[in-house]
Design a protein. Structure first.
Length: 411
């Protein structure tokens, strides 16, 4: 028994768990391709300044959750806590802004956040991130949201809710923040320490507090939806209309905000209470100021991040499962010293696209048969120098000339 264990907040993905992971990731990649989103991969670590500038110095991510270290050259680097800022950096660095807009990208990758591990919440976790950069059309907001809604439908997840809000932009948000600040001044006594800390960095973040008592008190606070400028209001109404045309159900959530500074206008979150108190399975929104923060021209964008581990919990709650990948052929040997003659057959089967295996454990013929069945072999070959026996479940055994085995199995 090893004395080593995976670091706290990380987890191993075992072979028995891969079928469900493959179901989710394969369907996600297929759907992104159908919608015109292209794959992109960015480095696991980036310059720390990238996240401080885009997420906001006062955000929980920057203050509490980033894995930051100094490399041997004295540079401050950070394991990526989210994918949007790195993708935006790559968009600028590699001239994607010179392509036809919007540029539609997605990634399936690990993210790193130092937070208290909980069910479905890991310090190293996998995330699907979908980004559309270069368009402020409300229809692209609706498409991004509908894509994840469609993914849930295809995977068989039904017991979720889509929360939707608009947090305005640089035109209307400042006046709203003044109203909210005045209200918070008058109701200082209802705020807890977490709310006071969030308020000190950005008043909007008070709506992210976890305390039910504070949340109840904030129900009476001014809402950003009541202060939207005409352009933001028209944009949000158009987003809703497009979602209704897609037949995507949503609930307006006037207190829904995002925890990073770069968000504007549309914000949304998919929640599933079946996975527990940490019920969010995906969240995102519009970030029309992000590219400009990185030194580019003003460029609109929208996207979301969806945790794979959280989504797997939703699948588990719905009773969704995936069939394990079975073996096509297992070749049994009467004697182990026949193996040199059998391996070319195994190689040929694999070249023809069949998942083939042979015994490497020195098992008896009976032990090999048990092992083959344990592996779920769809065909079992009892190999002989001239003739071999071919066994398939539910069919009578048949003798086959050994020279014809590869062709017979391929069929």
């Amino acid at each position: 028994m090893t004395t080593f264990e995976a670091p706290r907040g990380t987890h191993d993905i075992l072979p028995s768990e891969r079928p469900l992971w493959r179901l989710v990731t394969t369907e996600a990649e297929r759907l992104c391709s159908l919608y015109g989103y292209r794959p992109i991969q960015t480095p696991v670590f980036e310059d720390t300044a990238l996240f401080k500038r885009t997420a906001g110095e006062g955000s929980d991510v920057v203050q509490k959750e980033m894995y930051t270290f100094e490399d041997r050259g004295g540079r401050s680097l950070t394991l990526r806590p989210e994918a949007t800022a790195p993708i935006a950096r790559a968009y600028l660095e590699h001239g994607l802004h010179r392509e036809g807009q919007p540029v539609k990208l997605y990634t399936l990758a690990t993210m790193y956040r130092y937070a208290t591990p909980q069910r479905g919440r890991y310090r190293e976790h996998w995330q699907l991130s979908v980004e559309a950069i270069g368009s402020d059309d409300p229809a692209i907001d609706a498409e991004v949201i509908q894509l994840y809604d469609e993914l849930l439908a295809r995977l068989g997840v039904t017991k979720y809710e889509l929360l939707l809000n608009s947090i305005g932009d640089a035109t209307c948000r400042p006046a709203y923040v003044e109203r909210l600040t005045a209200w918070l001044d008058e109701h200082e006594d209802v705020l807890d320490e977490e709310a006071r800390q969030k308020r000190a960095t950005s008043p909007l973040r008070v709506f992210d507090v976890k305390s039910p008592a504070v949340q109840a008190a904030l129900a009476d606070a001014p809402k950003i939806g009541e202060a939207l400028c005409d352009e933001c209001k028209a944009h949000f109404e158009a987003v809703q209309a497009h979602l209704e045309n897609y037949a995507v159900e949503f609930t307006l959530a006037p207190t829904l905000v995002r925890g990073l500074d770069y968000y504007t206008r549309t914000t949304f979150e998919f929640v599933d209470e079946a996975i527990g108190a940490q019920s969010s399975i995906a969240g995102g929104g519009r970030y029309d100021g992000l590219i400009e923060q990185l030194g580019g021209q003003p460029t609109p964008g929208i996207g979301f991040g969806a945790g794979i581990e959280r989504l797997l919990l939703s699948l588990e709650a719905e009773g969704v499962s995936a069939e394990p990948e079975s073996l096509d052929v297992f070749v049994m040997l009467h004697e182990q010293d026949l193996k040199p003659r059998v391996l070319p057959l195994v190689q040929e089967l694999r070249r023809r696209g069949l998942r083939a295996e042979v015994d490497y454990g020195g098992r008896s013929l009976k032990g090999q048969l048990t092992h083959a069945r344990r592996l779920g072999a769809e065909a079992i070959v009892e190999w002989g120098p001239e003739r071999s026996t071919l066994r398939r479940p539910g069919q009578p055994d048949e003798e086959v000339p050994t020279a014809e085995l590869a062709e017979r199995l391929r069929r």
